[in-house]
Design a protein around this ligand. Structure first.
Ligand SMILES: Cc1ncc(C[n+]2csc(CCOP(=O)(O)OP(=O)(O)O)c2C)c(N)n1
Length: 314
């Protein structure tokens, strides 16, 4: 299992590392927010979900979307705004969706993943299904009204929703520790009678275990749950942000807790993989990403008439 989780993390790492370069070189339009350093949350949470479970995410959602099973080529082409993209090139990095995989969408509106997941959880319950909905959001989003409304509604209706908070310490250019007197996001759940825990978000096995347990309990009608994953955003808020607001030595400390290094060490120490095997796996991920880049470059732009399709409902 850990090897499979490692592979998912390696793919996200390769994808976003390449995307950051392509963005810098002007090949990808729009804005790009990477989740480099946070791969364990995406991989661990999504591996605990079923294909038909729902997921809603944020402006920093590449990892979540890939880990939930979105097609790599379609994802890359979407970032390139090409016709072959998952949303025909109209969504881009911040609005990619794939309903066939339960991916309700990335969302640039801070906090908006939570009402979406609440709606999905309500539909699951009303239809008598056992599908779980996960809302990814950052710790900055817990100061939005939507967090409180969604958490409360899910609580009174016992909805199968997992609130997955990725606490990466920064919200845009501000240190989240200066934004509230309550140091732990998980503590806020108490006010709504919701069970919550704080987990090392760089330990992919821990993330997976706690999410799997929460998902099973959601299916049994015990939801909702709030899971706070402590992690760190390596890059700036967006690509190109020089991060003058971060203390100098902070990034180095967190790089020691690189989720791939942590998992890799565990695998080699247990004798479940050699470092050569892990390197080969990372190279394979890089090659898959490179082939997606080539395909995206060669793909056509959307037709002009397409610009008006899917804008209004019929
Ligand atoms: C409703 C709303 N308010 C403000 C913004 C501007 N904004 C974009 S990202 C962001 C910070 C988000 O921080 P956090 O929720 O911690 O997520 P992270 O970027 O750390 O993943 C803000 C304030 C927005 N997009 N939407």
């Amino acid at each position: 299992m850990l090897l499979e989780l490692y592979e998912r993390m390696a793919l996200i790492r390769a994808f976003e590392t390449r995307v950051a370069e392509l963005y810098r070189d002007g090949e990808i339009p729009g804005f790009v927010h990477t989740s480099l350093g946070q791969e364990a949350v995406a991989a661990g949470v999504c591996a605990a979900l079923r294909d038909d479970d729902y997921l809603a995410t944020t402006h920093r959602g590449h990892g979540h979307v890939l880990a939930k099973g979105a097609d790599l080529d379609g994802m890359m082409a979407e970032l390139f705004a090409k016709a072959t993209g998952l949303c025909g090139g109209k969504g881009g990095s911040m609005h990619v969706a794939d309903p066939a995989k339960g991916i309700l969408g990335a969302n640039a509106i801070v906090g908006a993943s939570m009402p979406l997941a609440t709606g999905a959880g309500l539909s699951s319950k009303r239809l008598g299904q056992d599908r779980v909905a996960v809302a990814f959001f950052g710790e900055g989003a817990v100061n939005q009204g939507t967090f409180h409304e969604a958490l409360n509604l899910c609580a009174i209706w016992d909805l199968p929703v997992i609130f997955a908070c990725e606490n990466n310490i920064y919200a845009e250019f501000s240190d989240s520790r200066t934004m509230t007197r309550v140091p732990r996001v998980a503590d806020r759940a108490v006010a709504y009678g919701v069970e919550a825990s704080t987990i090392d978000g760089n330990d992919v096995e821990a993330v997976h275990a706690v999410t799997f347990d929460a998902a099973e309990r959601c299916r049994a009608g015990d939801g909702p749950f709030l899971l706070e994953f402590e992690t760190y955003r390596w890059h700036g808020h967006y690509e190109g942000d020089a991060q003058p607001y971060k203390p100098q030595d902070e990034s180095a400390t967190w790089r020691d807790a690189d989720p791939l290094v942590v998992a890799g060490r565990r695998l080699t120490e247990a004798g479940d993989a050699t470092s050569e095997q892990l390197e080969e796996l990372r190279e394979r991920a890089g090659a898959r990403v490179e082939s997606a880049v080539e395909a995206a470059r060669a793909a056509p732009d959307p037709e002009l008439e397409e610009a008006y399709a899917h804008v209004f409902g019929d």
